[in-house]
Design a protein around this ligand. Structure first.
Ligand code: HAM
Length: 420
């Protein structure tokens, strides 16, 4: 019979115990990110994967590549156009409006799959995970510093090397419009030297030309107007302050050509990039979007946020080292011994900081110890026929050069296990 394959660009994630594989790193990254978010007193939100297609047209923007070319949208059985979310911010704001929460401030985090119909390549998938943060209800100022602080904490916690945070300011809505106009005027005489993609951007979404990968376009852009000349001096000052406050923690660059692929941004924008990634070198992005809530029918709610692409981010991490201590519980009688399993159960409830791997196979003691060592267990608890008869266990130290093994009564084992 023909086998059924996964869809193009969609990854299966399974942590089979090999700590070098991407899945192990993805899951570990998610665990640590959850902890960081809770340290910043952010509250979790989970929104549906499917939304009304109009939500993304009116937020991400129907001129953006994401909505124009990449969205997974289709009609449901009732002929309503629905879409798999390409990003998380629009759903968060829709929820806030619908639950009438747009009168107050919120600090939110979320994590979940997103979908974009892009051409798959290294670091670019059609289904990928994002962990995002949205800080709602505060005008420009403190939240900009808070969001950069969160990003620096993430970079520090994972000890990421070779990465930097690029920051820019797109000014107010009118600054952005004036800059766009100046850019178009500058590029019009160069039209013959632009490729089809950049010509299309020129007519639909001129700011995106600054992102062009075409070297000829980048050459033309060398003398183009800069956003720096269209924004307030206070905005430039904020960029400089952010750089000077955080630059001893992370590398921060002011990049006046940084634009973002989603239409809802105005004001402060940023991306974190790593030279260890290929062409898709940005593992995190975000910015301020003060008009999104009112554009979607809610109140004015000044907001800022960011999202991390988990697979890209995870691919930058070193081998995952488990943070908990690890014990292997080896039952080495030929029979299934109910008493042994009860002891393992009691140990698990006595000390929740220890991972206890009950080895279920009928392999030999030697094979089981080999597996315990491979899994980097700190200890092995061995129960065989003799031990079962005398209510004892053998406690083996696998990583301590000065100790080999001891025989413990069950009570001694419980006391010791609790104290580890
Ligand atoms: P974004 O820059 O479109 O921003 O996506 C954020 C991150 O998601 C990217 O930096 C990248 O790591 C990851 N990503 C995007 N597309 C793919 C893909 N096809 N495959 C793998 N990873 C991908 C947003 O989505 C905004 N909602 C961020 C935000 C939150 N702005 C304000 N609040």
């Amino acid at each position: 019979m023909d086998k059924i394959h996964s869809l193009t660009g969609m990854l299966d994630l399974y942590n089979d115990g090999d700590r070098d594989n991407l899945s192990a790193k993805v899951f570990e990254a998610e665990k640590v990110l959850r902890r960081i978010f809770s340290n910043y007193q952010l509250n979790e939100m989970r929104t549906p994967a499917l939304e009304d297609t109009d939500l993304f047209k009116r937020s991400v923007g129907d001129l953006s590549d994401i909505v124009n070319k990449e969205i997974y949208s289709f009609n449901d059985r009732n002929d309503k156009s629905i879409a798999l979310r390409p990003e998380g911010t629009a759903g968060v704001i829709r929820t806030i409006i619908e639950k009438k929460l747009d009168q107050s401030a919120h600090k939110i985090w979320y994590l979940g799959p997103m979908w974009r119909y892009e051409r798959p390549q290294k670091g670019r998938y059609r289904q990928f995970y994002q962990a995002g943060v949205e800080i709602l209800g505060y005008p420009e100022g403190a939240p900009e510093f808070e969001i950069i602080s969160i990003i620096c904490s993430i970079i520090e916690e994972f000890n990421l090397k070779n990465c930097s945070i690029k920051i820019n300011h797109l000014g107010s809505k009118t600054d952005k419009e004036s800059f766009c106009e100046a850019l178009v005027n500058y590029l019009e005489p160069h039209k013959d030297n632009l490729d089809i993609k950049d010509l299309e951007r020129l007519s639909r979404n001129p700011l995106r030309i600054l992102d062009s990968k075409n070297e000829d376009t980048q050459f033309i852009l060398r003398d183009a107007p800069s956003i720096k000349d269209f924004i307030d001096s206070s905005s430039i000052q904020m960029l400089q302050d952010i750089r000077s406050q955080f630059s001893n923690i992370c590398s921060i660059e002011i990049d006046y050509s940084l634009v973002r692929g989603l239409d809802y941004y105005s004001g402060f924008v940023f991306e974190a990039v790593s030279s260890d990634l290929g062409a898709q070198n940005s593992f995190l992005g975000g910015g301020r979007y003060d008009h999104l809530c009112s554009n979607l029918g809610g109140r004015d709610l000044p907001s800022i946020g960011m999202a991390i692409g988990i697979e890209r981010f995870a691919s930058l991490l070193d081998t995952v080292i488990p943070s908990n201590r690890m014990t292997s519980f080896l039952v080495v009688t030929s029979n299934l011994e109910p008493k042994a399993y009860k002891i393992a159960h009691q140990l698990r409830s006595l000390n929740k900081n220890i991972i206890l791997d009950l080895q279920l196979s009928e392999a030999s003691l030697k094979a089981k110890l080999r597996r315990a060592n491979k899994n980097e267990a700190d200890y092995a608890i061995i129960i065989g026929d003799e031990e079962l008869k005398t209510d004892t266990v053998i406690f083996k130290y696998l990583k301590d050069e000065n100790k080999n093994q001891e025989t413990f009564s069950i009570d001694e084992l419980f006391r010791f296990y609790k104290s580890i």
